[in-house]
Design a protein around this ligand. Structure first.
Ligand code: PMP
Length: 404
């Protein structure tokens, strides 16, 4: 049988578009799939590669929710689509959260959209704002989906090497620059931007007619006493700021798929159209649960968040004592550790560490080309003892692969 080829491209119809040739897999997810397979085969893996912290959380029951009548909610909407800007009660809670915690005024009717995770929220913002060929500045280390999402929107990601000061980002601005994306606190380094740095970024985007997209998914993971400013506080009229956040990390419910975006009503109206065509709404029953239990879930997770942040900073000290340097940072549950004198690149290092020592970390290359001398260590899902064993294995592999 001869294979049919699509006449225009000369390729099989099952071949993805040329755009897909340029978009890579999410390396961390790919790596974690390997971990799941090894575990399924009975191997004990010290997992320092997962992008979340595991909390002790109640499994929800829905019977007490508003609308869960004798008909189980069937007649009142718990099982159905809900408002495509997000359940009004949840929007009101989130607007109140940003107002109380960060003094960012948010109109819950026009300036917020709740959707199925912040990942797709960022994508929708890019889709709503980029023309083909528009450039988006992305400082390294970046959260690994930013460049691929820009590419999916037919934009051009402009990566900035990790040793470039954010005060020098203006060097990367061209007439095609449309936006700058930052992740504060940063995954993978745990860096928190200072007030002065954020003010400088706002000046940069303001002076160049750009957008500042601030991903604040880890905002609760900041050590007590350390100042954290939301980007939105610098631009209360939302003239150039888009803030993205999520219940995934702060509430420890990544599988529930609830994220949100705050910005100017004009941009939110555009994002709304995309949300209506792609998602419709975030899961209604789960949004209702979060709206009704907004404060108690956070009260329950906050002490656990603080424990994992404290562990992160203890591990930073342990790595330092072992002579393993990390990029500056204090927040989140991630550390970005230097491979020092190892002769392996980050991918080979992560592969060998997993194969030989049963310890999984994510190759730094996933977070930018200037990060190939690093690996990301997450302390969110293992006990302190197992984390200590994991980092000792990192140290040993650096030694074993360094020149004698
Ligand atoms: N932003 C950052 C920085 C993240 O680390 C993640 C998840 N790893 C997300 C966004 C996406 O989170 P979600 O889609 O679950 O809200």
């Amino acid at each position: 049988m001869t294979t049919y080829l699509e006449p225009r491209t000369g390729r099989s119809p099952m071949h993805g578009s040329t755009l897909m040739d340029r978009v890579g897999q999410a390396l961390s997810i790919k790596h974690n799939n390997l971990v799941y397979e090894m575990r399924a085969a009975g191997r004990d893996v010290i997992t320092l590669s997962l992008g979340e912290a595991f909390f002790d959380l109640k499994v929800p029951t829905f019977g007490d929710l508003e609308g869960a009548g004798a008909d189980g909610g069937g007649g009142t909407g718990l099982h159905h689509y809900s408002h495509s800007r997000g359940l009004p009660e949840l929007r009101a809670k989130l607007a109140g959260y940003y107002q109380d915690k960060f003094q960012v005024p948010v109109d819950p009717d026009r300036e917020i959209i709740v959707t199925a995770g912040s990942k797709v929220a960022i994508y929708m913002v890019l889709l709503a704002t980029l023309e083909p060929g528009d450039e988006v500045i992305i400082p390294e280390p970046f959260w690994l989906s930013y460049p691929e999402q820009v590419r999916l929107c037919r934009g051009v990601p402009v990566m900035v090497p990790q040793d470039v000061s954010i005060y020098d980002l203006h060097r990367y601005v061209t007439p095609r620059t449309r936006a700058l994306i930052i992740n504060n606190p940063n995954n993978p380094s745990g860096r928190v931007y200072s007030e002065a740095e954020l003010a400088a970024l706002h000046d940069l985007v303001h002076d160049n007619g750009m957008l500042l997209i601030a991903d604040e998914a880890y905002n609760e993971f900041v050590p007590p006493g350390q100042p954290f400013r939301s980007c939105g506080a610098f631009d209360p009229d939302k003239e150039h700021t888009v803030t993205v956040n999520s219940m995934s990390k702060n509430y420890g419910i990544s599988g529930w798929r609830i994220g949100y975006v705050l910005s100017h009503p004009r941009l939110m109206d555009a994002v709304l159209k995309i949300n209506q065509h792609l998602i419709t709404c975030a899961p209604t029953i789960l949004c209702r649960y979060v709206a009704e239990h907004f404060d108690d879930i956070l009260e329950h997770t906050r002490p656990q968040i603080q424990r994992v942040v404290a562990l992160r900073n203890e591990v930073a000290g342990q790595l330092d004592a072992l002579g393993v340097r990390t990029l500056p940072g204090s927040a989140s549950f991630y550390l970005f550790a230097s491979l020092g004198t190892s002769m392996l690149d980050s991918t080979a290092f992560a592969d060998r560490l997993l194969r030989d020592s049963g310890v999984s970390v994510v190759a730094g290359l996933a977070y930018g080309e200037s990060c190939d001398r690093y690996v990301r260590i997450s302390v969110g899902t293992e006990s302190p003892e197992r984390v200590a064993r994991g980092i000792a294995a990192v140290r040993d592999l650096i030694d074993a692969t360094s020149p004698r």
